[in-house]
Design a protein around this ligand. Structure first.
Ligand SMILES: Cc1cc2nc3c(=O)[nH]c(=O)nc-3n(C[C@H](O)[C@H](O)[C@H](O)COP(=O)(O)O)c2cc1C
Ligand code: SF4
Length: 512
């Protein structure tokens, strides 16, 4: 009898010992003469339980975790291959509340399929979206994406269908699809997880985008710190090319789409779409003036669709199940789901895909389990290093782009970082300005000079040097950066600063 055991090869699981766990299972099975097939899946996103090992049982998978290499012999003794009882047993995987309460559309296959197997991808509904798209006119594919209400998941939440239509309407001898896989925001990992755990869905999404706008070449601009995602993507590109899903004649349609992975330069600003294009062209990553929009004049001067990983990975499901199915999730103008990334000081950090409308409170408490230290959570930074700090009085705000904009926050890429009451918010404000100073591309003055002056002003406030006068100066400087910066790095760095100052003034020293 053969048993199938799943041990993630996700980078986070590996950092927690998954490789040693997998080797220990293989060695123990061999020692006991048991036939075990090891599948190296993606992570289910329950990071406090990694390495989480799953066993295929007739009624579904059962989970154990966190399993270290030296737990393995005891698990065999407890007959875990038949779902035996053990202190690390978590029961049927799908019934773990953290997973059962989610609405996984984009992450439907992550942790379930073998990321190296095209057959497994197809067996779980993969490539049905592309097959439908191949029967449609380009304008109808764009219309389906527009009707779904999908907005960009990279941060700016721009309607994807409108961007695609602009590119479709631009006439040129060559067009490009560029996937922004730079994932620079602090506390975010959704792009990495889906690329490692279900790389084919990104390839399918980019191919559909190519058919929709008439682009024949795609590039994935991948964060240079993501070698596991690079390997997963390159293996998947090779498999799909060999099977005719990529190349000069996609599935016999007479339409071409080629795809390559390019390793990024390792700068936060290279995640900004025009800097990204400069970098992809082999130049220094510096922001371009807009207009022209990249959809009209982008990579090498040609019409280019640039979308985030999660945006593109949401497309195959829309083309498979229909725009209405996706649009039925969410609230207001925020349609569909978002993979929220729970990080920082939380008991249960991980990935939670939910429809828009879930509150911050539900994410922090019901999913996150409160702080890991057991102390009260003082604040949550939502939307990366340029996102505002949200105080507990706002935790009931529903996750909706407009609702958060109304309270001076932003959802961005869906990353949230929790802090307990030991955090010094003046230090966090200083960090925001320092981050901006370090990462500034240097093209415009409010950001290049303003961020450095901002650090100095905050230092004076913290030292109680002319505290009130320096607060007025800081607020004035923030207004200049907000309104005078060329891009959102300088234009949003004031958000964390002002939110810290407004909600936690007691952390900024005041003269007696
Ligand atoms: C400083 C800065 C950094 C950014 N970093 C990223 C990033 O790492 N990944 C990303 O998808 N978008 C990032 N963006 C947003 C992109 O400029 C762009 O809006 C996005 O790639 C468009 O794709 P979407 O419409 O699918 O979101 C960044 C923007 C700024 C201003
Ligand atoms: S705001 Fe900063 S990063 Fe953006 S263009 Fe200006 S100097 Fe460059």
């Amino acid at each position: 009898m053969s048993f199938t055991v799943y041990v993630p090869r996700d980078a986070s699981a590996l950092s927690l010992g998954a490789e040693a766990t997998a080797s220990a299972i293989a060695a123990e099975a061999a020692r006991r003469g048991i036939d075990v097939a090891l599948v190296r899946n993606g992570s289910r996103g329950l990071y406090w339980l990694e390495p989480m090992v799953e066993v295929a049982a007739p009624e579904g998978r059962v989970a154990y975790g966190p399993v270290q290499a030296d737990d393995v012999a005891a698990l065999f003794d407890a007959d875990f291959l038949h779902g035996g009882r053990h202190a690390l047993a978590l029961g049927p995987t799908e019934q773990i509340p953290y997973l059962a309460k989610q609405e996984r559309l984009t992450f439907a296959r992550v942790g379930i399929v073998d990321p190296r197997s095209l057959d497994d991808y197809r067996a779980h509904g993969g490539y049905r979206g592309l097959e439908n798209a191949l029967k449609m006119a380009p304008a109808d594919i764009v219309a389906a994406v527009t009707d779904s209400g999908l907005r960009g998941r990279g941060g700016a939440a721009f309607p994807t269908g409108i961007k695609w239509k602009t590119c479709l309407d631009a006439s040129a001898d060559k067009k490009y699809i560029v996937c922004n896989a730079d994932e620079g925001d602090s506390g975010t990992f959704a792009d990495r997880m889906v690329m490692e755990g279900d790389p084919f869905v990104l390839i399918e999404g980019m191919t559909i985008a190519g058919l929709a706008v008439g682009a024949t070449q795609g590039y994935i601009y991948l964060r240079c710190e993501y070698p596991h995602a690079r390997d997963a993507l390159n293996a998947a590109i090779a498999a799909t090319t060999a099977a005719g899903y990529l190349g000069n004649d996609v599935l016999g349609s007479d339409k071409a789409f080629h795809l390559e992975v390019r390793m990024a330069a390792g700068a936060y600003i290279c995640g900004e779409e025009t800097s990204l294009l400069e970098s992809l062209e082999g130049k220094r990553g510096q922001v371009r003036f807009k207009p022209p929009l990249p959809a009209i004049e982008g990579l090498f001067g040609k019409p280019t669709v640039i979308n985030n990983v999660v945006t593109l990975c949401s497309v195959p499901g829309i083309l498979d199940k229909g725009a209405a199915h996706y649009r039925d999730f969410g609230m207001g103008r925020s349609r569909g789901t978002l993979p929220f990334q729970l990080a920082g000081n939380l008991k249960r950090p991980g990935l939670v895909e939910k429809a828009f409308g879930v509150t911050l409170k539900e994410l922090i408490e019901d999913f996150g389990g409160g702080s890991a230290t057991g102390r009260p959570i003082k604040t949550v930074q939502l939307g990366g290093p340029l996102g505002a700090y949200i105080p507990p009085s706002r935790y009931d705000t529903p996750m909706d782009y407009e609702a958060f904009a109304a309270i001076g926050g932003m959802i961005g890429h869906g990353g949230l970082v929790a802090f307990d009451d030991s955090v010094d918010m003046a230090a966090q404000a200083r960090y925001a300005m320092e981050f901006c100073a370090i990462e500034s591309c240097g093209k415009c003055t409010p950001c290049r000079i303003g961020s450095t002056r901002g650090v100095e002003v905050i230092d004076r406030m913290r030292a109680n040097v002319e505290r009130d006068r320096n607060e007025a100066l800081l607020r004035d400087l923030c207004q200049t950066m907000l309104h005078g910066s060329l891009c959102a790095l300088g234009g949003m760095a004031p958000f964390p600063v002002l939110s810290a100052l407004d909600h936690y003034p007691e952390d900024f020293a005041r003269s007696a």
